[in-house]
Design a protein around this ligand. Structure first.
Ligand code: GDP
Ligand code: MN
Length: 394
C-alpha cells in the first residue's frame, strides 16, 4: 500500500527525519491562508499516489498568497498523471543548494534490504540509475540485522557531507532504516533530500509503501489516519469488482479467459496457454471450494470481458468435489448462459460424477451447452490448452 507524501512525512517526523512544517489544504482559500500565515514563498504539491509529479506539473511554486490561491485552483481543477487532485501539501519553498537521493527497499534477488544513495537526486534519478549506475551507492543489510551508524556516516561521506553534516546525514540514513523496519515497509524514499542554501538538510519529498499483509501489526498507522486503501489508480474496473467479491483476479492483455481452479493451477494454466501460442486475458484463483454463487461471479467476470474470445476451464477436485462444481456451473448456465465458447476439463475427486451431471443436463437443455466442450481425465491438459487457443483464434 502506497502512502501519500503527507502521510509519509508524518512518519518521517516521528522518526526525526527533518521535514518542513507543511500543511494539507483542500481548497484555494485554504492555500491562500497558508501562504499568508507563512509570509514566504510556498511550494504546492499535488497529493497523488504516484511519483514523477514534478515533471507532470504536480509541483508548483507561489510567491504571494494570491498566486498560491491561483496555483491551488489550477491543481485542484486538473488531473495529474490521470488522477484528480483532492489534497495539496503546502510547504515553505526551500532554496536548494543541492539535491540528493536516499532510499531503502527490498533486494528480492539476494533476500536482503538495500539502502541506496546518490548525490544526484531530484526528478532525474531513474535516468541516472540507468545511464550511470556507478553513481548510486548501495549498502546491503541482512533482514535481521541493524543498520550501524558508521554505515550511515559512510553513506553521508559518499554524498559529500563533512564535519557536523556527516553525522546529521548519517542519522537520517539510520532513521530511514528504522522507519522502514518498524513499519514493515517495502520502500521508503527521500527524493530529493535537499541541502538548503542555509546549509540545512531537509526531506523535500517522501515516498513510502508498506506491506499490505503486515498492516494488522500496525494499529499506529490507522491511528494516524493511514487506513488500508485500495490502490484504485492501478486497478481496472473488473479487478475492482473482483476485489469487492473477494476473488483474486488480475486482468492481463490476452483473449483467453482463465477459469482454472486454485492459484497454482492458475499459474500453470497461464503457462500452458502461452506455451501453445495463446494469451491469457486474466489470472484468477477460482479454487477454494467455491459456492455456486461464487462460481457464477467468476464466470461472469470472464464472460462479460469484451476481450475474452474463449474460456479455458480446468478443475482439479480435491476437497472440493467436481460434482459440486458441475452443479454450480450448470446453475450459472441456466440462470445466465455463457456467450463465449468454453473448453472445460475435470479431474480428481468425483470427476466422473461431474461429467455425468453435465451430460445429463445437456440432454435436457442442449441449447445452454452449445458453446461448451467438456472433458474428463482422458484428455490431457495440453489438449485442453491447445483447444482454448484454437477457439480464441476463430
Ligand atoms: P516528484 O516529482 O513527484 O518526485 O515530486 P517532488 O516533491 O520530488 O518535487 C519535484 C521537484 O520539485 C524536486 O526534485 C525539486 O527540484 C522541486 N521541489 C520540491 N520541493 C521544493 C522546494 O521546496 N523548493 C524548491 N526550490 N524546489 C522544490
Ligand atoms: Mn520526488
Amino acid at each position: 500500500m502506497r502512502l501519500y507524501e503527507y502521510e509519509a512525512k508524518k512518519l518521517f517526523s516521528k522518526f526525526a527525519i527533518p521535514i518542513t512544517a507543511g500543511e494539507v489544504v483542500e481548497t484555494k482559500e485554504q492555500a491562500r491562508t497558508f501562504a499568508q500565515k507563512l509570509g514566504k514563498p510556498v511550494v504546492l504539491k499535488a497529493q497523488i499516489l504516484f511519483g514523477g509529479r514534478g515533471k507532470a506539473g504536480g509541483v508548483k511554486f507561489a510567491h504571494s498568497p494570491h498566486e498560491a490561491e491561483e496555483k491551488a485552483g489550477e491543481l485542484l481543477a486538473t488531473k495529474i498523471k490521470g488522477f484528480p487532485v483532492e489534497k495539496i501539501l503546502m510547504d515553505e519553498k526551500l532554496e536548494i543548494e543541492k539535491e540528493f537521493y536516499l532510499g531503502i527497499t527490498l533486494d528480492r534477488v539476494n533476500y536482503k534490504l538495500v539502502m541506496l544513495a546518490c548525490s544526484e537526486g531530484g526528478v532525474e534519478i531513474e535516468e541516472v540509475a540507468r545511464r550511470e549506475p556507478q553513481k548510486i551507492k548501495k549498502i546491503s543489510v541482512d533482514v535481521d540485522q541493524k543498520f550501524y551508524p558508521f554505515w550511515g556516516n559512510s553513506l553521508a561521506g559518499w554524498l559529500g557531507a563533512k564535519g557536523e553534516n556527516l553525522k546529521i546525514v548519517g542519522k537520517i540514513a539510520v532513521s530511514l532504516f528504522n522507519l522502514f523496519k518498524q513499519c514493515d515497509a517495502k520502500l521508503v524514499e527521500i527524493n530529493p533530500l535537499i541541502l538548503t542554501k542555509e546549509g540545512k538538510y531537509v526531506a523535500a519529498d517522501a515516498r513510502m509503501s508498506v506491506d499490505d499483509d503486515a498492516l494488522f501489526r500496525h494499529p499506529e498507522l490507522a491511528e494516524m489516519g493511514i487506513e488500508k486503501r485500495h490502490e484504485e489508480g492501478e486497478m481496472t474496473e473488473r479487478e475492482k469488482l473482483a476485489r469487492e467479491w473477494g476473488i483474486p483476479y488480475l486482468d492481463l492483455d490476452g483473449d483467453i479467459g482463465m477459469f482454472p481452479g486454485g492459484a497454482g493451477f492458475g499459474i500453470m494454466g497461464n503457462d500452458f496457454i502461452q506455451y501453445f501460442g495463446g494469451k491469457p486475458a486474466n489470472f484468477m484463483d477460482s479454487g477454494g471450494g467455491p459456492t455456486p454463487e461464487r462460481l457464477a461471479k467468476m464466470l461472469m467476470l470472464l464472460d462479460e470481458n469484451p476481450n475474452v474470445k474463449a474460456i479455458f476451464g480446468a478443475r482439479f477436485g480435491g476437497i472440493s468435489r467436481c460434482d459440486d462444481f458441475a452443479k454450480g456451473v450448470v446453475m450459472f448456465l441456466k440462470d445466465h448462459g455463457l456467450s463465449k465458447p468454453m473448453v472445460l476439463r475435470m479431474t480428481g475427486n468425483m470427476w466422473q460424477e461431474g461429467v455425468r451431471i453435465f451430460e445429463e443436463e445437456k440432454k435436457k437443455n442442449p441449447q445452454i451447452f452449445k458453446n461448451i466442450d467438456i472433458h474428463g481425465i482422458e484428455t490431457p491438459i495440453e489438449e485442453i490448452a491447445k483447444r482454448a487457443v484454437e477457439l480464441a483464434k476463430r
